[in-house]
Design a protein around this ligand. Structure first.
Ligand code: SAM
Length: 319
């Protein structure tokens, strides 16, 4: 079964697991009215899988796919109380490359425990270094907590990267400050083009600030040259003349579907072969034959070359 491939020779080696579909931020690209109390209450209705059930699915998938990496995400995965148990379960399954995507708000309390459980790296979302801009994008006054969380993750010995979604007219003035912040912490930052997901599916260009614009902004202050892309990487990387490496995840300008090796599980135990699919395939309580069929169906969901958007937001499917 390790040989499951599609017509583009793609398979699944990286599993992204959404452990929870709740979040403690209301980011404007994820939640249409993130500052609205009713919207916040609405996203508090979660239907999450148990750690035991989730690990059982991961173990079965690993037997079939020989997974290399598991990335834990959400919603906000640090809101899931049994996250360390999941990390330990994945280590016991024989997968050592385990990472977490988080907004960092709760990292101060949880970084050491997660590192001890076997977590290796953490991607922390940080869309602004200016307090007011942070509030505009993320809808909570939580910048200080994120900054403390970044320091806690570095001190705990985790490999840390930053992710910043850049929105036209909203936080495009944060590209240089964020780059300089990453430099001051000696960590890599990746800038993301906004993707046409959830409520933005209707109006994908509203906030679009593309790779070319990000590069032009950086070049005006820090000249750079391009680095070679690694196979299946979501990001392209550059290095400034004074040796700061940074990345851009340019879903629209530089699509990366052609060698995608990612499979997703949402927080209800459904498989998604592609972020663009609106239809998960239930992976709970399947025997091996049924799971093979589910994986083939997930592989058929992959887009050929370019992501075309989804009616689901990352909050629902997992970012
Ligand atoms: N709560 C965690 C966090 O903030 O990192 C994990 C989930 S979040 C959905 C994962 C990542 O997806 C974040 O970096 C977020 O900025 C990004 N994201 C969400 N919606 C997006 C969109 N429409 N376009 C681009 N990135 C998006």
């Amino acid at each position: 079964m390790h040989g499951i491939t599609d017509q583009y020779n793609r398979t699944f080696k990286v599993l992204r697991v959404s452990v929870i579909n709740r979040c403690n931020l209301g980011c404007m690209y994820c939640v249409e009215h993130g500052d609205d109390a009713a919207a916040f209450r609405e996203q508090r209705k979660s239907n999450n899988i148990s750690a035991h059930e989730l690990v059982a699915i991961i173990v079965e998938l690993h037997k079939l796919l020989d997974l290399e990496t598991v990335r834990l995400t959400g919603g906000e995965p640090l809101l899931y109380p049994e996250l360390p148990l999941i990390v330990k379960g994945i280590v016991q399954a024989g997968i050592s490359d385990i990472s977490l995507t988080t907004n960092g708000l709760l990292l101060d309390r949880k970084a050491i425990q997660l590192k001890e459980a076997g977590l290796q790296s953490v991607n922390i979302s940080l869309d602004a270094i200016d307090r007011d801009v942070f509030f505009t994008v993320n809808k909570r006054d939580s910048l200080d907590k994120v900054l403390t969380g970044i320091d806690a993750a570095i001190s705990a010995g985790l490999n840390v990267k930053l992710n910043a979604v850049i929105l036209k007219g909203i936080n495009d003035n944060q590209v240089i400050p964020l780059l300089e912040f990453a430099r001051s912490k000696n960590i890599i930052i990746r800038f993301l083009e906004v993707m046409a997901m959830g409520h933005l599916h209707k109006d994908p260009w509203k906030y679009f600030f593309g790779q070319q614009q990000i590069l032009q902004t950086i070049a005006a202050k820090y000249p750079f040259h391009a680095l070679t892309r690694q196979t299946a990487s979501t990001a392209n990387y550059w290095i400034t003349n004074d040796q700061q490496k940074f990345g851009i995840i340019a879903n629209e300008s530089s699509p990366f579907c052609h060698d995608c090796n990612r499979l997703r599980i949402d927080s209800e135990g459904r498989l998604f072969g592609c972020l663009s699919s609106n239809h998960g395939i239930d992976a709970r309580n399947l025997d091996r034959g049924q799971l093979v069929q589910a994986l083939k169906a997930a592989l058929a969901q992959k887009q050929s070359l370019k992501f075309i958007g989804s009616e689901l937001s990352m909050l629902q499917i997992g970012g």
